[in-house]
Design a protein around this ligand. Structure first.
Ligand SMILES: C[S@@+](CC[C@H](N)C(=O)[O-])C[C@H]1O[C@@H](n2cnc3c(N)ncnc32)[C@H](O)[C@@H]1O
Length: 379
């Protein structure tokens, strides 16, 4: 209910607002949230209307506001009596988001917005240092978990999500959970085995460990600025059996660097996460258009800082889980304009669309969240 109410928040709010004689006071915003959850049940779930209204009204007591029962009951009964509204996917997004998607990818916009309204599949990356993907697929099947191929050889997409502890060999590091769209770093960066690799924003380590699974003898340095995320990264390295030098460090500085240049750099930059609304519908409420500029500034700073650590002839893969050009092509565009020794390389992925400087995956393809990749090389 929480996911559904957040995913459809803007449509639900639109259906409730005309029923309120005045806006709800700040200190009663919990009642507004309760109405949203009630409206979600009435509009989207198969629960009988009377049961949905009864359960929602009863929750007033749990909120310590039994006096609000009549109000919540009245609003939900009015909603129930009215015509069943039909909302399109765009109405379930904040206006700025839908407008920007339409402006930036007009042909795909409807499918992208529709994709954001769906439940993301659970995708796995098999740890090929421990088990062959086909053997792992068989182990899943024996455990009654059906799966299909993902977008790269070591991926499997489950037909139904399951709790992670029920995945065969999860605790023994046979497998990780990772969106299928996140699986292109090894083939794009393609470091030589034994190469020196920097992952500048590494936690929780999905792409780093994927690279190490393809090439276990990479000389990998992994940074992350957030202490709790560094701890998680270390735990994951232990679970999967991978070796990397993991540092708690700020990649906008080079204080952590010993001066030995890297053959390959992965910069999976912090971003608005606008490509992950299927998994994080709360982002619709927590992020706004004014988050784009500060993120772009931080991304540009990270990119220009880590560029110095790349050796001539080396490659840098820039990626984000954003759908918006401000964090993607525009960052690369500005970087190329200011960096004489940087070039982009063209490539094609099996889903998504090409952009001026890279490639954009979108949730219009049910298998992937939104991801952006751009591949740079140094003269
Ligand atoms: C998109 S996530 C990385 C995901 C990861 N590459 C993966 O595939 O699992 C971005 C990470 O960057 C980290 N980060 C943010 N600012 C940073 C900085 N200045 N230096 C290093 N890491 C930073 C965040 O803590 C976060 O863990």
């Amino acid at each position: 209910m929480l996911f559904g109410a957040l995913r459809n928040y803007y449509s639900l709010a639109q259906s409730l607002e005309p029923l309120l004689s005045r806006p709800i006071r700040d200190r009663d915003q919990d009642l507004w949230c309760l109405l949203i959850v009630g409206a979600y049940q009435l509009h989207y779930l198969r629960i009988p209307d009377h049961a949905a209204v009864h359960a929602t009204v009863s929750a007033c007591a749990a909120l310590g506001k039994p006096w609000a029962r009549g109000f919540v009951n009245g609003v939900l009964r009015s909603l129930q009596r009215g015509p069943k509204p039909s909302f399109d996917a765009a109405q379930a997004h904040p206006d700025w988001f839908a407008d920007l998607i339409r402006a930036e990818m007009p042909r795909q916009a409807d499918a992208v917005l529709q994709g954001n309204q769906t439940r993301a599949p659970m995708s796995l990356r098999v740890n090929t240092t421990r088990i062959d993907p086909a053997d792992y697929g068989r182990a899943l099947s024996e455990a009654g978990i059906e799966s299909q191929a993902g977008l790269v050889a070591e991926q499997l997409i489950l037909n139904q999500p399951v709790a992670r502890h029920t995945l065969p060999g999860y605790a023994d590091g046979l497998v990780s959970i990772q969106d299928a769209g996140a699986g292109f770093a090894p083939q794009l960066l393609a470091p030589q085995c034994g190469a020196r690799l920097l992952d500048a924003c590494a936690a929780p380590g999905g792409k780093l460990f994927h690279l190490l699974e393809r090439c276990p003898d990479l000389d990998a340095v992994a940074l992350d600025v957030a202490p709790a995320r560094v701890a998680h990264l270390r735990d994951e390295a232990g679970r999967l059996g991978h070796r990397a030098s993991i540092l708690e460090a700020d990649a906008t500085t080079r204080e952590w660097w010993d001066g030995t240049p890297f053959h390959a750099v992965l910069l999976d930059a912090p971003c608005t996460g606008s490509g992950t609304l299927r998994r994080h519908p709360e982002m619709k409420l927590l992020r706004g258009a004014d988050d784009l500029a500060p993120n772009a500034e931080r991304q540009a700073k990270l990119l220009s800082s880590v560029w110095h650590t790349l050796r001539p002839g080396g490659k840098l893969l820039y990626c984000t889980c954003s759908l918006f050009s401000a964090e993607n092509d525009a960052v690369i565009e500005e970087f190329l304009a200011n960096t004489a020794d940087a070039r982009t390389s063209a490539f094609v992925l099996p889903a998504g669309l090409s952009t001026r400087h890279g490639w954009q995956l979108t949730p219009a393809d049910w298998r992937t969240d939104g991801f952006y990749y751009a591949l740079l090389s140094k003269d």
